[in-house]
Design a protein around this ligand. Sequence first.
Ligand SMILES: [Zn+2]
Length: 221
Amino acid sequence: MTDYQLIRSKRRSLELRVLEDGRVQVRAPQRAPVRMVQAFVDSRRQWIADQQQRQARRPRQRWQDGAKLAWRGECLQMDVCEGRTRVTVSGPYLSVRVSDPEDEAAVCAAVESWMRRQAKPVFEDSIARQFDWFEQQGFALPTLRIKKMRTRWGSLSARGYINLNMALLHYPPEALDYVVMHELCHLKHMDHGPGFHGLMDARMPDWRERKAILEQPLFQP
Ligand SMILES: [Zn+2]
């Protein structure tokens, strides 16, 4: 019998999830009988096993002393020590001070909040360097929002926001610049039609090579 965590919520159907660490979660309507949930899990046993295998094969970012972090196309090695929370880059090392160096969740939180602070000036610089032409065309500078997104690198909203995925910081600057240019071109063309691609070709002739960088897996952490 498969072990699973049952989460009741205001929903109408059952949903099954296999988490990164292989644990199984079932989301169910408030009143769904447990035997019905159990039967559902049993009927999906093969799917669960396949997902767990996939998760186990996938390289996972570790947050501990000696682990690697992809940073703007370089590879930093984490140097985790006990101390007051502080994260700094020195040469090829990412020095991480936390109260408990064995606590991967705490190391992860410290590094992610450091990344978020780095993101703003880096992303703003990329936008500023590429905005001149759009400014000449009379477009208003979009407001930056930095997000953690699962499925997109960025987006541009009609209300004047450019949303960029914090994970772009793992990739080389030329890949980040490509995403920014892509979103800026949406100021003029909201779709991905010939007009949009023509503008991309004019503004950034090598955009396809840059895009390909984002399709490569990062080095194995
Ligand atoms: Zn687009």
